[in-house]
Design a protein around this ligand. Structure first.
Ligand SMILES: [Ca+2]
Ligand SMILES: [Ca+2]
Ligand SMILES: [Ca+2]
Length: 131
């Protein structure tokens, strides 16, 4: 019993040590790369974006309004992404923006984002919609 507390504390310290830098660091390919092939494909990007969408939508009405998208998109971008002009983006509209930013971040058009592409300005604006 006397040995349990210190080891639990040690485990906590370890967990914090591992987790904290991941939150502080800029987006990495590994964060969006469940198949661990070292690149992000569109399917992986949209899966992460879908989770992010759900996170941004706390009232779970299936849409994001301009307030919920603050900092992620400009008003002009949002207008362009909202073909039905109802002032909100549903998940399909959000994922269309992700696809457009994915394309912009993939200048070699090979269909994957590698670490270098992710660290470009276009890559950073894609990552914004994923994390
Ligand atoms: Ca991958
Ligand atoms: Ca809409
Ligand atoms: Ca690429």
């Amino acid at each position: 019993m006397t040995y349990r507390l210190p080891s639990a504390l040690f485990a906590t310290v370890l967990a914090i040590g591992v987790v904290a830098p991941a939150f502080a660091a800029p987006a990495t390919v590994a964060a969006f790369d469940p198949d661990k092939d070292g690149t992000i494909d569109l399917k992986e990007a949209q899966a992460a974006a879908s989770m992010k969408f759900d996170m941004l939508d706390p009232d779970k009405d299936g849409t994001l309004d301009a307030k919920e998208l603050t900092g992620l998109m400009t008003a002009a971008e949002m207008k362009a992404a909202d073909p039905d002009s109802d002032g909100t983006l549903d998940k399909k509209e959000y994922l269309a923006v992700v696809a457009a930013r994915f394309k912009a971040a993939d200048p070699d058009a090979e269909g994957t984002i590698d670490a270098k592409e992710l660290s470009s300005p276009a890559g950073a604006s894609l990552a914004m919609l994923l994390k």
